[in-house]
Write a protein that binds this ligand. Sequence first.
Ligand code: FMN
Length: 193
Amino acid sequence: MELKQVLKERRTVRRFSQTPIPDEELRDLIDAARLASCARNDQRLRYVVARTPELVNAIFKFTAWAGSVAPRRNPVPGVSAPTAFIAVIGKKAESDTPLLQTDCGAAIQTIQLAAWEKNIGCCWMGAINRQEIHALLGLPEESAILYIIALGYAAEKPVHDDTDDPGKVKYYLDDEDLLHVPKLTVEAVTTWK
Ligand SMILES: Cc1cc2nc3c(=O)[nH]c(=O)nc-3n(C[C@H](O)[C@H](O)[C@H](O)COP(=O)(O)O)c2cc1C
């Protein structure tokens, strides 16, 4: 798939096929993330991959989905739930710093793009109970979860709609249950000097 197509078509996915993702494919995603830009090239992020059904189900209980259309994009366990999670980890003492948060954004976006090419859908998740997931993953006290990414082979194909109106960017479901994600146009977000 051409990069431009990936960039245009990648959307957050919240309905997943129940076919497990092979470890090698998940490894490829981390392999992409580890090469992403990061401040001073310090490479402070770490990744925990959860892909056993027991652990994935346990983590799932501490996630919240698509607030703007809730509960209509809540995945259903055993039917449309993610089959893996990747937790992005930093040191607790640094976890709120802009540079580490920015590194995390670059890494997660890289994972999302690499995943899309493999038809693996992702949902970058911040509405999570970090404390409970930290305990489930058995992480050391000095580490912190920045974000988690839910993953699974995509079982929906949301679309983006171009808009010039910053007041109309809320994602929505149409009558066919297709998720639309309005995106501001180049003209709406750019000033040329
Ligand atoms: C920092 C961040 C946190 C997010 N947290 C959640 C979340 O907890 N639950 C969820 O369903 N989606 C979450 N999302 C996904 C956004 O809703 C989604 O990226 C946005 O609607 C734009 O859609 P797109 O990714 O298809 O462009 C998050 C995205 C980002 C960047």
